[in-house]
Design a protein around this ligand. Sequence first.
Ligand SMILES: [Cu+2]
Length: 145
Amino acid sequence: MKASLKFLVVPLAVGALFFAGCGGDDSSDDNSSSDTATTQSQPADNSMGSGQVLNLAADPSGQLAYDKTELSAKAGKVTLDFTNESPIGHNVVIEDSSGKEIASTDTITGQSTTAEFKIKPGTYTFYCSIPGHEQAGMKGTLTVQ
Ligand SMILES: [Cu+2]
């Protein structure tokens, strides 16, 4: 009886070593999963590195004005984040110095919208294309370096 117990203990000890080996594998799995986390964070870094966000809002009280008359950006990919909390519909159109439209947002009210575009260095104008709004003052200058 005692002899057969000894034979049982040896396989258990081997099993314990085997599990210890598995533990080692687990820790390397942890490494690879942190590698995965690093990999997952890279696209986020890339999107941050390749893009920039410009925030612009319409006057929330309903005046025909944006909260800024000047915006600046670096050349490349730009995301324009436009917020209009007023009950009057507004949008944003960006034109280059020759009057060519570079980007535009939807006309919105009580919400936010975005427009993504690529832009080169230069001086641009932005305005609201709703009739009368640009003339009333919904316009500004976007400087891209
Ligand atoms: Cu407007």
